[in-house]
Write a protein that binds this ligand. Structure first.
Ligand code: SF4
Length: 215
């Protein structure tokens, strides 16, 4: 028994020493989706191979240019704030195994949310999965059953059909959001409003953090 505990302590310690490339991490208010308005600690991991043309965080794509931080360091910094909602984002955060990070955050009382394109295998015990599919790389089908919200960025009119293609495959409890791409908001938001009025299974999601002028 004692031997087993020592072994699991050793595994835990190795996990805490694991590193992940962190582009930035900051305490703010979630601006999108179901958790809009909630204080949250964002952890933006480096690395993305999806290649969206309109990506507003292209600096995240190359994981190697971002400092590798230990899980212990990442979680200690998060726990310095009173909020206990963590949002793991990117880049594409599932390019990394998130098992150790989820465990360490949850041990400190965090709910762990993720924002992903679903193009890499799920890892870690994630409490809330926001699935944001992109036209530039196909998602893995496992995400359809697991996601809690589907968020489709509307950049042009063809994105409504793209959104429906995914909505029909999602689990029955999954929330459905249409969000205008920030630069196309003037053109796309009126279309989204009309669409949601006709198809009320969808909701409008806005990047409210941009209105609040917060990260
Ligand atoms: S998945 Fe996200 S980070 Fe990656 S290219 Fe698309 S918008 Fe940018």
């Amino acid at each position: 028994m004692v031997q087993r505990m020592m072994e699991s302590d050793a595994v835990a310690s190795v996990k805490e020493q694991e590193t992940l490339p962190v582009m930035e991490a900051f305490y703010t208010v979630q601006g999108e989706g179901k958790y809009t308005g909630h204080a949250a600690y964002f952890i933006r991991l480096g690395g993305c191979d999806v290649g969206c043309v309109w990506c507003d965080v292209k600096e995240s794509w190359d994981a190697d240019v971002h400092p590798k931080r230990t899980i212990t360091d990442i979680v200690e910094a998060a726990a310095a704030y009173p909020g206990r909602l963590a949002v793991i984002t990117g880049g594409e955060p599932l390019m990394h195994d998130l098992t150790g990070l989820c465990i360490a955050l949850q041990e400190k009382g965090f709910q762990v949310n993720i924002e992903t394109s679903g193009t890499h295998p799920l890892s870690g015990d994630l409490d809330w999965i926001t699935f944001s599919p992109k036209k530039f790389k196909k998602p893995l089908p496992e995400i359809y059953e697991k996601a809690h919200e589907l968020k489709v960025i509307v950049y042009n009119k063809s994105d409504f059909a793209f959104a429906e293609e995914f909505a029909s495959q999602m689990n029955a409890d999954c929330r459905l959001y249409l969000q205008p791409e920030w630069g196309k908001q003037d053109k796309m938001l009126p279309l989204i409003i009309e669409y949601v009025k006709k198809r009320p299974e969808w909701q409008v999601s806005l990047q409210t953090h941009k209105y609040m002028d917060i990260p």
